[in-house]
Structure formats: structure tokens, C-alpha cells
Design a protein around this ligand. Structure first.
Ligand code: ARG
Ligand code: ZN
Length: 882
């Protein structure tokens, strides 16, 4: 197959069980920088559920095959064939047999960072989704589960630490050599994507955890030499995760050891390999001087996420990659719940919904839209998306909303019970909730199959005479790629009817039932709900807690929204009411900008935010969220077509200046009241105070007023932690062109030896909304701190430019689009996964105004025309242009 042939799509409907099963895998890995030798001994047997008489077809990718033997006898050249992607043993005896396969790989040349590669000299692996085939020939699919024993051998000098999945069995010197070895055994059958090994010169911190049934687990976190002091928070988060999963889901850990390794070169966030999680070091390492509060929160969430996979992903895995959301959506839901319990639940919900709307909604509205469970893919790595992860988590959350706390837990218990050890499907998962609760989830299952964000239009009608309140709900689902027609979904709509005194009115439906737990079930295209005994005109607080991932429009007036922003008992909707006012204002102001009309008045928003700022009962972290107005891409999404990013940017800046002026005394007061009281601590309460103080500073300095900038300079100078220092630096970089360079230079000098901090410095510069930014970013690609080989550097600089700088990426002259297209092509030969992810920044290109749309299309076509594209980039570009 030529490298640029876009592979044939894989279809869910074509699923067949494997013809051969693997019971055990013995690996003997002799680490060497450029020629690592892997001896694999596989115990295979025909699958009674497979096709009888089948050959043994193994996957392989960029392997050099040295030898192959069946039951101890070398195979004749005529007994097997290899292609670029497979090794097939022809006409094997149809019984249990052993294959011994010897392959050699070059970890130093592995720039794709899939399979066995090197990061800062250490050896590590990434096998999900299809990386194990880059280590040895294997049926590399998640429904083949085997017990692995791994022997690793290396130069003791080069790799004193040798780790693999499972429990340590033995280790020692290789007699008469400078080499040593370690043997690991993982008793839990697992698919190949969960395999991992690590070898290197690493420091570690250790701790232990005693499980609910009293078993002691040794915990280790391995980091680059000299960085152990930065691993403490991750260890703390790990222990809290282990306890939480026992308490909330009854999930206990199941090995004697649990190890985490942090590496500097990693395609994604982290990986849940059984007993040996491997992390992008940015999600492990933290110190007050180098990490922000947001970094701490991310570390806590991702440590939990990977740990929680031990049950949702590892003990119960996926039958095939179409079921990816089975483990990812569920595990994101679980990590969100964990963080909610550790921190503030409302604030966590607000930030999760911001993330969903900021990343998943645009995906669902563009050419890359796909269902939570796709039915076809050409490159599975392109489906580790916001839709599978974040919308997947929302679907699980809706199940919980529908079933209630106990019904949900009953379904989860049944799932763990019934499917432990299985490679399961979404149907298996849903059947557990249906069976445990005696309900039918057929219509609900559409959430997994239909892509696109449903739209709910809601209007309310109060009848003073009849004392009734009627809600009319219209559900529509837009067409998406491959899905022109849609069926109505089950939408759990949590709501409250807020009375004039700000308290919730009792909700009794006209059929006599109470809206159970405050949730209406919307199941049809049009539906009306009538509440009785409603003596006063209520204000409907709709989709409380963002109970369903929908776009909701209503007939609430601006005054109603101001009222909700002050009084809603649901904190999420209190936040959302003000955001809705701001968004409507920004859409109108953007249109005014483009047509030269006067800008609308922000009075309603000023009123709402003024009330929020002065409400002493509110959590500072909540107020901080409220103060941050919708992003440029939020506004672009709301406008939906003929988008002019410059007009949006101007409108947003003008609004921020207006808020700054109108709220100055309150902002200054809150800033002063939340001055630090002691040394930095990363806990949620302290972080919330910093968040509020920094949100105030950010608004005060909007537009570059002298007192605001003076405050920012002092904040920068006095900062004793990265949260404050970096916030002040961003404020200066965005608002103070005169102070910017000096501040950036000082920051770089201080942190130049700290790549994770340099990433922040790169990302910030890439986000400046000025015409000079493209040249700056281009220049930074030649900076000694930058490297195309490190995904974190690329994402910080080029990814931030493409994903978080709407005006400059979408420059009217097309230079931003061209630059990113060039970067994608530059990267594709080296690391297709990172290149494809970068290219996905074009996902909203069709919604741009005609000039920018044309330049985006030209850039995409230029990428598409390049010979030799990877399947990863080839897939994204072709779907983007479809
Ligand atoms: N399973 C990992 C997680 O916890 C993601 C790994 C994805 N890696 C990849 N190369 N696609 O989210
Ligand atoms: Zn995951």
C-alpha cells in the first residue's frame, strides 16, 4: 500500500469476532537505542466463535522480522506471508499452538511516539490505539485478551529502572555483562493496547495505599532526575482517587503495585496501561513556582481519570474501537465527579460545560461531526475527540439524571458485575441500566448514534386565571455529515419555576405528578408541559445544571435573565443567565461593528455582574467564572455563519472595556479583599480567591488603562507563584504593548530551563490578537526553546495560534491559514497524530465570511494535494473538505 493511500474505512457493521485467541504472551525485550530486539512467545488457539480453518493474521507496522517459529520449529518461508501491515501464518494446525516471533525495532528513530520510543533518553511505550503492532506482530485489537509476562533487559548504566505491567517477579544482573533484567507479570487478561514498558534513568517517589479490604499497594511515581519534589501533588491526587473510587463506585485496586511514569514527549495527556500509567509530564509535575492553579486541577483530574480506567477500560474493556466512548466517556464522567467532590461542584460543572461548548459544540457543528459512537472510521487516532470524551461523559451524566442516584449506581454495579473481564459494547452498558431499573433505553441510545447538537426552543405561557403555566418545547436536530434525517432524542430537561421572591415554586404537572426530581422528559419533536397551581408569573430556569448537552433558546427576556442571574437557586443557571445576556450583547455588537451602527448598551450585564460581585455569599471561584465573558469562539459559534473574527474581537474588547469602567470600584474592592493571606496552597478555596482576584485584575486592565496596567505590573513583580505571575504576564502581553517585551523577556530568563513553563510563554505569545503575532510565532519556531519533535512545544506555540487566536489564525490575508497548513505538512512526516490534531483547527472553516472561507479552503486543498500524506492527516483533510 503506498503511504498516501487513504485506508479503506472500517465499519462497525463489519465487526467479526477474532478467529484466533491469545491466552498468554511472554515478551523478552532487549533494550537498545537503535536496535531493540523483541522475542514474543504467544500461546494461541482457534476461537470457537471465529471462522473455522482460518489462517493466523497478525498486525505489524514498521517491524523488522528476524525469525518465526511454530511450536519450536522455524516456519518455512512458504508457510507465512508479510505485507506492510500484516503477518499471516498460512494453513496453521487448527489447535492450541505457540508462535515465537523475533522482531527488531529502532526506538530512537520512532518520531511518531507510537510503539516503543525514547523520551529524554528513557525508553517508553504508547500502545493505544494501535501501537503494540509497532513492537511485535500481534492480533492488535481490543477483544483479544491475554495474560502478559514481560522480561526487560538493558544496560544497567543506561536504564537502571525497568518497569512493565502488573507485579514485579524478579530482577538481577545478567551474569558476566553490564546488563540487568527485570521480570513483570500481569495476572489480569488485557488487550494489547494496555501493554507498557519503561526503561531509563528515572528518580521516583514512593508511598502506599491500603485498600478497602486491607491489601497494601506500593505506589511509585517516576520522573526525570531532579524533579521528584514536583511529583508530590500527583501522588496525593492518586491516593485520593483510589479512596474515592472505593467509596463512590465500590472499585478496589487489584495489583500489588501501581506505578506512574512522567515523560516529556507524549502525544496525548496520559495513558492507563495496566498498573503502569504513562503520563505527559505536564500532567504530573507541579510546584507553586512552575504550575498554575489550573495545572494543579488538571493534574488531579487526569491522575484520577487514568486511575479510574483500571475498572472502566481495563477490567472491562472495549470490544472494538467504535466503543471507545464506553471507556472514555464513562471515565471522563467519573473524573468530573471526583473533581466535583474534591472541589466545588458548581464551579467544576461550569468549567466542564465551558469546555464542552468551546470544543465539542464546534466539532458537532462542522465537517468533523461524528456520533459519540462512530459507525465508521479511517484512522482511529482521529476519534479521540471532544465528542467521544466530553459528549460521551454528558450522555452518562444524562443517564444518572434520568435514573437518579440509586438507579444509576444499581446500573453501574450490574455493569461491573456482569462484564468484569469482558470486551464490552455500548449495548452491554445500556442493558445494565435498563435491566437494573426495569426501563427501556432504546430511544435514549440515539445519543450514541446521532451526531449534532440538539436544539430546544422553549416558550412559557402563564395563565393568571387558570393559574397554570405551560411550557412548549420544540426539539430539532440539525443534519450532520452522513446523517441528513434525525429522530427525536430523549432529553432530560431539569428546570425550576422561580417565583417573584426568588424562591422556587412547587412544580405539579396537570396530570397530578410532580416533575420528578425537577426533570421533564422531552421525547417528541413538540411537547407541552402544563404546571398547575401557579399563582404568580414564574421565571423558568431551564436546563438546570446543564442537564442535557443541547443548545437551548427561550423566550426569557433580558430582565428575566438578570433576575435569574441574581436569584436562581441553581448556581449553574445563575452563571448561565449572565452568559446568555453577554452572548446576546456580543452578537448584536458584532453586527453593529460590521455595519457601522452604534454599539448596544451593556447595562443589563453590568447590573447582573455588579450584583454577583457584591454578593458576599457567593464562592469567589464562582464569581471569577461569572466575570469571564464568553470567548470569541463562543460568539462565532452563536453567529454560526458569515463570521468575521475581527468584528467579534472588537465587540468583545469594547464590552470588556465597558465592564471595566462601569464596575471599577467593585472590581478594585474585590481585588483588594482577596489579597493573599499566606503561602501558596493549591487547594480549591485558595485557588478560588486567586481566580477572583485575577479575574478582577484582568478586567481592570482591559483596554490598557493606566491604573489597571500599574496594578498588573505590581502584580507581576510581587507574584510568589505561577498562577499570579502568569496571569499578570498575560494581562501585560495582551493589553500593554509597551511593557510586554520586557515582561516576556524577564519571564523567559527566569524559567528558560523549565520546558513546561516555557510552553506557557510560547502559548501566550501565540495568542496575542495583533497582526504582528504571525511573524512572532514564525520567529519562535526558530527559538532554541522550540522543537517540532516535542508535541507539548508544538501544541503550545502552533496549536495555541490555530486554536486560541481567532483573529490571527483567520487573518483576512490568509497568511494564518497558510502558516498552519505549512506546519501540518512539516509535522506530518514526523508525527502524523500531532499533525492531524493541528489540522483539526480548521473545523469551523465553513462558518467564516466568504474571503476567509476561501483562504481556509485553499489551505486545506493545498494540504490535500500533497503526495504521501499520513492516513491521519489524509482523513482529517478529506472529511474537512467533504
Ligand atoms: N486512553 C487515553 C486516555 O486516557 C488516551 C490515549 C490515546 N492515545 C492515542 N494515541 N490515541 O484518555
Ligand atoms: Zn481516558
Amino acid at each position: 500500500m503506498p503511504r498516501d493511500a487513504v485506508p479503506q474505512p472500517v465499519r462497525l457493521s463489519d465487526y467479526r469476532p477474532p478467529d484466533w485467541l491469545v491466552d498468554t504472551v511472554h515478551l523478552d525485550v532487549r533494550l537498545h537505542p537503535t536496535a531493540t530486539r523483541i522475542l514474543a512467545r504467544l500461546a494461541l488457539r482457534p476461537n470457537p466463535e471465529g471462522r473455522e480453518g482460518s489462517p493466523i493474521v497478525l498486525d505489524g507496522d514498521e517491524l523488522s522480522l528476524k525469525s518465526i517459529a511454530l511450536d519450536g520449529t522455524p516456519l518455512a518461508g512458504s508457510a507465512y506471508v508479510t505485507t506492510a501491515g500484516t503477518l499471516t501464518v498460512l494453513a496453521p494446525p487448527q489447535r492450541a499452538l505457540t508462535l515465537e516471533i523475533e522482531t527488531v525495532v529502532d526506538p530512537s528513530a520512532n518520531t511518531k511516539l507510537m510503539g516503543l520510543y525514547r523520551s529524554s533518553g528513557a525508553y517508553c511505550t504508547q500502545c493505544e490505539a494501535e501501537g503494540f503492532r509497532r513492537i511485535t506482530y500481534f492480533p492488535d485489537r481490543p477483544d483479544v485478551l491475554a495474560v502478559y509476562t514481560t522480561r526487560i533487559e538493558a544496560e544497567r548504566e543506561e536504564a537502571p529502572v525497568l518497569l512493565a505491567n502488573g507485579n514485579p517477579v524478579e530482577s538481577g544482573a545478567v551474569e558476566g555483562t553490564s546488563r540487568h533484567y527485570a521480570i513483570w507479570h500481569d495476572p489480569w487478561p488485557k488487550p494489547s493496547y494496555l501493554f507498557a514498558l519503561v526503561g531509563g534513568r528515572l528518580d521516583r517517589i514512593t508511598d502506599h495505599f491500603v485498600t478497602a479490604t486491607g491489601k497494601k499497594v506500593e505506589l511509585g511515581i517516576y520522573v526525570e532526575p531532579g524533579k521528584t519534589e514536583r511529583a508530590g501533588y500527583a501522588m496525593d491526587a492518586l491516593k485520593r482517587s483510589m479512596r474515592w473510587d472505593e467509596e463512590v463506585f465500590g472499585c478496589e485496586y487489584d495489583l500489588d503495585v501501581f506505578n506512574i511514569v512522567a515523560v516529556a514527549d507524549f502525544n496525548m495527556g496520559a495513558m492507563e496501561n495496566k498498573g503502569l500509567n504513562i503520563f505527559n509530564d505536564k500532567y504530573v509535575l507541579a510546584s507553586p513556582e512552575t504550575a498554575t492553579d489550573a495545572d494543579y486541577a488538571n493534574i488531579e483530574g487526569i491522575i484520577a481519570h487514568e486511575y479510574f480506567h483500571n475498572w472502566t477500560g481495563n477490567r472491562i474493556t472495549c470490544r472494538d474501537w467504535f466503543q471507545l466512548c464506553l471507556k472514555e466517556g464513562l471515565t471522563v464522567f467519573r473524573d468530573q465527579e471526583f473533581s466535583s467532590d474534591q472541589r466545588s461542584r458548581p464551579v467544576k460543572r461550569i468549567s466542564d460545560v465551558r469546555l464542552l461548548k468551546g470544543h465539542q459544540f464546534p466539532e458537532d457543528a462542522g465537517p468533523l461531526a461524528h456520533p459519540v459512537r462512530p459507525s465508521t472510521y479511517r484512522e482511529i487516532n482521529n476519534f479521540y475527540t471532544a465528542t467521544v470524551y466530553e459528549k460521551g461523559a454528558e450522555v452518562v451524566r444524562m443517564l444518572k439524571t434520568l435514573l437518579g442516584e440509586e438507579g444509576f449506581r444499581a446500573g453501574m454495579d450490574l455493569y461491573f458485575d456482569r462484564h468484569d473481564g469482558d470486551a464490552a459494547t455500548v449495548e452491554d452498558f445500556l442493558a445494565c441500566f435498563a435491566d437494573a431499573n426495569g426501563i427501556d433505553l432504546t430511544q435514549f441510545a440515539l445519543w450514541y448514534a446521532q451526531s449534532g447538537t440538539p436544539h430546544l426552543a422553549v416558550s412559557g405561557h402563564w395563565d393568571a386565571q387558570a393559574r397554570t403555566y405551560r411550557l412548549d418545547v420544540v426539539q430539532t436536530l440539525p443534519p450532520t455529515p452522513g446523517q441528513p434525517e434525525k429522530q427525536p432524542m430523549v432529553i432530560p430537561l431539569a428546570l425550576g419555576l422561580v417565583g417573584p421572591d426568588g424562591n422556587d415554586l412547587p412544580m405539579r404537572l396537570d396530570d397530578g405528578t410532580n416533575a420528578e426530581r425537577g426533570v421533564l422528559l422531552v421525547t417528541r419533536p413538540r411537547q407541552s408541559f402544563v404546571f398547575r397551581d401557579v399563582a404568580e408569573r414564574p421565571v423558568a430556569s431551564l436546563n438546570r445544571g446543564f442537564s442535557a448537552p443541547v443548545k437551548l433558546t427561550s423566550d426569557l427576556t433580558t430582565q428575566d435573565l438578570v433576575f435569574l442571574a441574581r436569584h436562581d437557586a441553581d448556581p449553574f443557571n445563575r452563571f448561565d443567565a449572565a452568559q446568555t445576556i453577554a452572548l446576546a450583547h456580543l452578537v448584536e455588537a458584532t453586527a453593529a461593528r460590521r455595519t457601522g451602527r452604534d454599539l448596544p448598551s451593556p447595562a443589563a450585564l453590568v447590573e447582573a455582574l455588579g450584583a454577583t460581585l457584591s454578593d458576599a455569599t457567593l464562592d469567589p471561584a464562582f464569581i471569577a467564572q461569572a466575570l469571564s465573558v464568553p470567548s470569541e469562539s463562543d460568539v462565532a459559534r452563536e453567529i454560526a455563519d458569515d463570521v468575521d473574527p475581527d468584528a467579534i474581537h472588537d465587540a468583545r474588547q469594547a464590552l470588556r472595556r465597558a465592564l471595566s469602567a462601569a464596575l471599577r470600584p467593585a472590581l478594585e474592592g474585590a481585588y483588594d479583599r482577596h489579597a493573599p493571606t499566606g503561602a501558596y496552597a493549591p487547594d480549591a478555596a485558595s485557588a478560588g480567591r486567586r481566580a477572583l482576584r485575577n479575574a478582577c485584575l484582568d478586567l481592570l486592565a482591559a483596554g490598557g488603562t493606566a491604573p489597571g496596567l500599574a496594578r498588573a505590573l505590581a502584580h507581576f513583580r510581587d507574584a510568589d507563584n505561577m498562577t499570579d505571575r502568569f496571569l499578570a504576564l498575560s494581562v501585560l502581553a495582551h493589553n500593554a504593548p509597551d511593557a510586554r517585551e520586557e515582561a516576556l523577556a524577564a519571564f523567559y530568563e527566569r524559567f528558560r530551563d523549565d520546558p513546561l513553563v516555557v510552553d506557557k510563554w510560547l502559548a501566550l505569545q501565540a495568542q496575542i490578537a495583533e497582526p504582528g503575532t504571525l511573524e512572532r510565532v514564525r520567529g519562535l519556531t526558530g527559538h532554541p526553546a522550540f522543537s517540532w519533535g516535542n508535541p507539548n512545544r508544538v501544541r503550545s506555540l502552533v496549536g495555541s495560534f490555530a486554536g486560541a487566536n481567532q483573529t490571527q489564525f483567520n487573518r483576512a490575508d490568509g497568511a494564518g491559514h497558510d502558516f498552519v497548513a505549512d506546519a501540518v505538512l512539516e509535522l506530518d512526516g514526523r508525527n502524523p497524530q500531532v499533525a492531524a490534531r493541528l489540522l483539526a483547527a480548521f473545523k469551523s472553516w465553513r462558518s467564516l465570511e466568504p474571503g476567509r472561507r476561501a483562504s481556509a479552503e485553499r489551505a486545506l486543498r493545498r494540504v490535500a494535494a500533497k503526495p504521501g500524506l499520513s492516513p491521519d492527516v489524509g482523513d482529517i483533510v478529506s472529511r474537512s473538505l467533504e
